[in-house]
Design a protein around this ligand. Structure first.
Ligand code: ZN
Length: 55
């Protein structure tokens, strides 16, 4: 299980990585925001950081 602390683009909460039949995604454990992510871990961090800058 992967946790990304302080990475939610909405509330800066903790994102938890999930997998289902459609692929990987992240869900915030604080506000339940769902973020779609590419499969590789390095790309997950890069995309979340990019979204924080945009928000
Ligand atoms: Zn959140």
């Amino acid at each position: 299980m992967t946790l990304l602390f302080n990475s939610c683009p909405k509330c800066k909460g903790t994102l938890q990585q999930h997998s289902d039949g459609y692929g990987n995604y992240l869900q915030c454990i604080s506000c339940s925001l769902i973020v779609d992510v590419p499969e590789r871990k390095g790309r997950i961090t890069a995309k979340v950081l990019h979204m924080q800058k945009v928000a």
